[in-house]
Design a binder for this molecule. Structure first.
Ligand SMILES: [Ca+2]
Ligand SMILES: [Ca+2]
Length: 338
């Protein structure tokens, strides 16, 4: 049995980086929320993970952030864009007080996300060691401490196997209006060598949000940066609404296949606008029927609703190896006909 697991969208946050004394400090701020575009080409969808359709699953994590390069898959629910940052977002002037009056505890909504004025992370991190990242967050509306977190993205999307997704930050100095926050993370000895992006996120008390990214490189880990190879995908050519559909395929990876799961989309995407998946995935599991973790044959069945619209449906497979290298690609189509 292949355990179920829901991968995440690719993290793409561009940042220009200045190297200073062994740390990279970002100069640009990038919002993590891009507008949801209805783009359905296979190439653009290929880099995008499917929606996380089972909120009750304990492994389901925070909603996937859309990638700047690959708009979210149709039907994916994505929070709307946060308001643009206001350059003049500074501390509340009311704190100075006057005439012995107590400072108000709450300022008016400035409509701007927190100013994350810098992010510091070692430029090079050796696999098997831990690192600390710190960043400054300023907002006169004050920060919601539970909103201050860090995500890490690699070449194939969010890195969830190191320290979770996302990593809650701790206030190390200052306060929720102007403070320095920190996370520490142990990088596994088998982490994939290469470039990563660490993104700091914060939200003020009015839910205005900001993200800022900084890059680092992992060395001394593993050189396997390839996701499992998928081949021999089979699906019925034509099915009727209400049918049970079984897919089979092969998955191989030198580091071992962690999971390989089928997803189905139609002309509206992987889910309706109401968020209902195009097919019933049951328990969202696939099964290895032969072979090993390194090279095996897999099967998964889904059920087409009786109300399924006729038309062309596409078959996608998301897969990851035990190191976290992952892909999400289309492997053919089938037709639904009454
Ligand atoms: Ca604010
Ligand atoms: Ca691999």
């Amino acid at each position: 049995m292949v355990r179920k697991k829901f991968p995440h969208a690719a993290l793409v946050v561009a940042a220009s980086v200045t190297v200073t004394a062994g740390c990279s400090v970002t100069e640009s701020t990038a919002s993590s929320n891009e507008p949801l575009a209805s783009v359905r080409s296979a190439q653009e969808l290929a880099a995008q993970e499917p929606p996380s359709p089972a909120p009750s699953d304990p492994q389901t994590e925070a909603p996937a952030a859309p990638s700047a390069e690959a708009p979210a898959a149709p039907g994916t629910q994505v929070p709307s864009e946060s308001p643009a940052e206001a350059p003049g977002d500074t501390r509340a002037e009311t704190a100075a007080g006057g005439e012995g009056q107590a400072a108000p505890t709450q300022t008016e909504n400035d409509g701007a996300g927190p100013a994350i004025t810098w992010v510091s992370v070692p430029t090079t991190i050796t696999a098997g060691s831990s690192f600390t990242a710190t960043f400054s967050v300023i907002d006169q509306n004050r920060i919601s401490p539970q909103s201050v977190n860090v995500t890490i993205g690699g070449s194939s999307g969010f890195v969830t196997t190191w320290c979770g997704f996302s990593i809650l930050a701790s206030l190390v100095s200052g306060d929720t209006a102007d403070g320095v926050w920190s996370i520490s993370c142990q990088v596994p000895a088998n982490a994939v060598n290469g470039s990563y992006t660490l993104s700091a996120h914060a939200q003020d008390s009015y839910a205005n949000s900001t993200a800022r990214a900084s890059a680092f490189t992992v060395v001394g880990g593993t050189s396997d940066d390839q996701a499992p190879a998928i081949s021999g995908v089979t699906a019925p050519a034509q099915v009727a609404p209400g049918s049970r559909i079984t897919f089979t395929w092969n998955a191989a990876d030198a580091s071992g296949v962690d999971y390989a799961l089928v997803w189905v989309a139609n002309s509206t995407g992987f889910a309706s606008t109401a968020g209902v998946p195009v097919v019933d995935y049951g328990d969202y599991t696939s099964r290895r029927t032969s072979g090993s973790e390194r090279a095996g044959a897999y099967t998964q069945s889904v059920t087409l609703p009786a109300t399924a619209e006729p038309g062309t449906y596409s078959v996608w497979i998301s897969t990851a190896d035990t190191l976290g290298n992952k892909t999400f690609e289309q492997y053919g189509t089938f037709t639904v006909d009454r």
